[in-house]
Design a protein around this ligand. Structure first.
Ligand SMILES: [Zn+2]
Ligand SMILES: [Zn+2]
Length: 315
């Protein structure tokens, strides 16, 4: 039986986003110099012009520290032109149109708010319809898919992908994202923030390690922000976008919570055009709506950033 390509993107041991199997196929080969020489096809000036407008706002990748993702996995990144060359048929938009968010298991009112706001944010971020499906119980979890670790019950992430999400995946799904509040483990590691199968277009992510959103306003915002970052980073992978090495960017790989918390929530001038093009999103309107979302949800730093980016894109 052919095993799906299961990506573990965050592990307790270290690897926060260990999409390395996939990424090594897509980037960081000895032939990167050839990829970087790729020129954009004619007609793509609209994207490169907008990308140049936002350049002043985006910080180049900071020096790599020992233990960082790029220290461990020296990936070369991918230009917008290289992405276009690889995906010039826009396959994810030809047959698939919708991102589905599927809450699985128990969610209290506060956690439900995180789910709703994550779905809202993703629909703005990608300019794609995001539908939140009715919550589903995890049902009868087989003994082999559950265990106790440090007095916490963990559920096997690959069981959720293969036995819960995949069989009910809608035909038009770009991706089905299962959200859970329980802790996850992938079978071969102690725990994970989540797992995704690119070939099957299903992923599952847990709120369990994003901080306790019940404690107060600041903790809720931190949990929300971490969940939003994971959601757009992993959906970026599902749109074929590999890790970024050029800028401080939400598509940077992370090996720890600390490293992830330092990354921008926004895509950089190399990665953002990939969304504009693949999803058919208007760069200015997207940025403006993101500024409004951030302001509405008390994300002051991000609201300022997106307001400035919107102003640059209005030129
Ligand atoms: Zn990743
Ligand atoms: Zn980037």
């Amino acid at each position: 039986m052919k095993r799906p390509l299961v990506l573990v993107f965050a592990v307790a041991a270290l690897a926060f986003c260990a999409a390395e199997i996939y990424l090594r196929q897509q980037t960081s080969t000895a032939d990167d110099s050839a990829i970087f020489a790729v020129k954009l096809p004619a007609g793509f000036e609209v994207y490169s012009t907008s990308a140049e407008l936002i350049l002043p706002l985006h910080e180049k990748k900071r020096p790599i520290r020992p233990g960082d993702w790029l220290d461990r996995f020296p990936e070369g990144g991918q230009t917008f032109a290289a992405y276009v060359q690889l995906r010039n048929q826009k396959p994810s938009r030809v047959d698939f149109s919708t991102i589905y968010v599927q809450p699985l298991g128990e969610f209290d009112e506060t956690q439900q708010k995180i789910v709703e706001q994550t779905a809202d944010f993703m629909s703005i971020y990608f300019g794609i319809e995001v539908k939140t499906l009715d919550p589903r119980p995890l049902g009868d979890i087989p003994e082999t898919a559950r265990r106790m670790r440090d007095n916490t019950e963990q559920i096997l992430s690959t069981w959720i992908l293969n036995d819960v999400l995949k069989p009910q995946r809608p035909l038009d799904a770009i991706a089905v994202i299962g959200l859970v509040t329980c802790d996850l483990w992938p079978g071969n590691l102690n725990w994970v923030f989540g797992s995704a199968s690119l070939s099957d277009r299903v992923g599952v992510w847990s709120l369990h390690r994003n901080g306790d959103p019940h404690v107060g306003v600041a903790e809720f915002r931190l949990c929300l922000k971490r969940t939003l970052k994971t959601a757009v980073h992993e959906t970026g992978h599902m749109l074929g976008i590999p890790h970024c090495a050029a800028y401080e960017c939400c598509m940077n790989g992370s090996r720890s919570r600390e490293e992830s918390d330092l990354h921008s929530i926004e895509f950089c001038p190399e990665c953002q055009p990939k969304i504009w093009w693949t999803c058919g999103t208007n760069a200015h309107d997207r940025s403006q709506k993101l500024a409004e979302f951030a302001a509405l949800h008390g994300m002051k730093e991000e609201a300022t950033f997106w307001t400035r980016q919107t102003a640059l894109l209005a030129k």
